[in-house]
Design a protein. Structure first.
Length: 280
């Protein structure tokens, strides 16, 4: 902490203990001192690494938000500084694939071909089963493989929804309200109901053509979406119109892309679309 004060002018680092006994670190600034500029902050890791004679790894999560805030200006400054740093490595991660691609694969981007690119795949069902069982066992509870498979079937191994469904199942089991034969479907409907406002907001923000494509993907998947039979059934129009709608939905982060195939990013939304269409 004392060394950190040497690197950041006006910085006031402090350590405290919360009610659970966990140590908390915070950093504030003396208002009388000049607040560090963005350039100074970006240069700080290299400055510390050289002084401490060590290497530093800087991880920037949800880096696509930079593109939303200030487009290329921040990215240009970032590139202009870190490209000369010799004691730091950078890891950029993000959940919006099309924006990540724009930052690192667009030839006009300052970070074009900057470093190696990796697409992180889904967590495997085997790893999820082990993780869920361990978490249940830590509270002296047991969950069957059948119930875990039901969770993974609906969540499509999506981290947020796998954990949400698992937590809901745990809560029901804790209260003695979980019946594997009947309660799971009721539980799923509860989760869908809690998300309906968000789903309706999505629908109101897209075109009729895009909604038709989402409905088709939810019910049939991607492989048959360009077939004449499916396009006629869902009134999708010519293949060029379908491709345009898919591209727009991908840019809105409503679709995932694996290879040349697309799928609905939110598995609960996909389930709701199917349920909604069946009831209509």
């Amino acid at each position: 902490m004392k060394r950190l004060k040497n690197f950041i002018s006006g910085a006031i680092p402090s350590v405290s203990i919360d009610q659970s006994g966990n140590m908390q670190f915070s950093l504030s600034f003396n208002p009388a001192e000049k607040i560090p500029t963005m350039e100074e902050v970006i240069a700080l890791p290299e400055k510390i690494a050289v002084s401490e004679k060590s290497r530093i790894v800087v991880c920037l999560d949800e880096v696509q938000e930079i593109a939303k805030i200030n487009k290329d200006n921040i990215i240009k400054k970032l590139r202009s500084i870190i490209q000369f740093q010799e004691h730091c490595n950078y890891i950029f991660t993000g959940s919006s694939r099309h924006l990540i691609e724009r930052i690192f694969t667009n030839i006009n981007s300052p970070l074009y071909q900057f470093g190696e690119h990796f697409i992180i795949g889904k967590i495997s069902s085997g790893d999820w089963r082990q993780y869920i069982k361990i978490k249940f066992a830590q509270t002296s509870m047991e969950i069957s493989d059948i119930l875990i498979d039901k969770i993974l079937f609906v969540s499509k191994n999506h981290p947020h929804f796998t954990q949400l469904l698992s937590a809901k199942v745990w809560e029901k089991m804790k209260l003695g309200q979980m019946d594997e034969e009947n309660s799971y479907d009721i539980l799923l409907q509860e989760i869908i109901q809690s998300q309906i406002t968000a789903f309706q907001s999505i629908i109101s923000s897209i075109t009729i053509e895009q909604l038709k494509v989402l409905r088709t993907l939810a019910e049939n998947g991607f492989k048959s979406i360009y077939s004449e039979e499916i396009r006629r059934k869902y009134a999708l129009g010519p293949p060029s119109s379908v491709a345009t709608a898919i591209t727009s939905l991908y840019k809105k982060d409503l679709l995932n892309k694996e290879g040349n195939e697309y799928s609905i990013a939110d598995p609960i939304f996909a389930y709701w679309l199917r349920y909604r269409n069946e009831n209509n």
